[in-house]
Write a protein that binds this ligand. Structure first.
Ligand code: DGL
Length: 267
């Protein structure tokens, strides 16, 4: 048994969708969440730069916060850096791409799955590689959705503008007649209403959040790293951007648990 916290990070608010699933499934675990809002969005950046940021945050979580496991709750960071991070650290590291593929494969009936993500994630080919490695019998249609993350970070999840953008960006996955759409960016569940309206009722939207939480639970139990102490876990929120903005929008998107946000200067 191990009472240390689980580290979770993302470029901003997106990883909160994964943190919510973790807290719901493992309410007794402590969590340290790092939002790199000072350097978001990761999606348009070169993968090398995202890799550097992800390595810096992972080292911070392990060395400064002594976490027992790190969840890379950002598809772009996982696509850019997960293999390297696993090579560099003994601490278990969980990404969101493999769990997302598993969730989508479990949901599709016609075998046609759409994947949407940032330019970095889609351009990296990480989803095709994950599907090939898992030998899943599905046909993936991938589409980058530049701009979606910025709408979420502004707290604008249901405006006419985001709807218009969604109509345009989702056209290729609609044309591919997918029956399942994997939200391959952890910010996108916050846009689920808009994305669902555009895709239509027959398309199932799948996020990696729950499946990632299940994977964390499995690793904790296999490795004996689960928390011993009973009771509700403690949650710490850290932002590299403006802490008040993170608290205010975090409370709107996530809930009142985000009451105190610590600042961090990564430079
Ligand atoms: N939540 C990150 C992801 O899953 C978003 C990225 C961004 O900052 O562009 O890819």
């Amino acid at each position: 048994m191990d009472d240390r916290a689980i580290g979770v990070f993302d470029s901003g608010f997106g990883g909160l969708t994964v943190a919510r699933a973790l807290i719901d499934l493992l309410p007794g675990e402590d969590i340290v969440y790092v939002a790199d809002t000072g350097r978001y969005p990761y999606g348009p950046r070169p993968l090398d730069q995202v890799r550097t940021f992800a390595a810096q945050i992972t080292t911070k979580l392990i060395d400064e916060h002594d976490v027992k496991l790190v969840v890379v709750a950002c598809n772009t960071a996982a696509a850019a850096a997960l293999d390297l991070l696993r090579f560099e650290h003994d601490t278990p590291l969980i990404g969101v791409i493999d769990p997302g593929v598993r969730a989508a494969v479990g949901a599709t009936r016609n075998g046609r799955v759409g994947v949407i993500g940032t330019v970095g994630t889609i351009g990296s080919g990480a989803y095709q590689r994950a599907a090939t490695a898992q030998r899943v019998p599905v046909q993936l249609t991938c589409a980058a959705c530049p701009g979606f993350v910025e709408f979420v970070e502004r707290g604008e999840t249901r405006s006419d503008q985001v709807h218009v953008l969604a109509e345009r960006l989702l056209a290729p996955v609609k044309a591919a007649r997918v029956d399942t759409l994997l939200l391959g960016c952890t910010h996108y569940p916050f846009l689920a209403r808009t994305i669902g309206d555009v895709m239509g009722r027959d398309v199932v939207l799948v996020s990696s959040a729950d499946e990632t939480a299940f994977e964390v639970r499995a690793i904790l139990s296999e490795t004996g790293l689960g928390r011993r102490s009973a009771g509700k876990g403690d949650h710490r929120w850290i932002s590299s951007g403006d802490t008040e903005t993170f608290r205010d929008l975090g409370q709107r998107l996530f809930g009142p648990e985000i009451d105190e946000v610590e600042g961090w200067d990564p430079t």
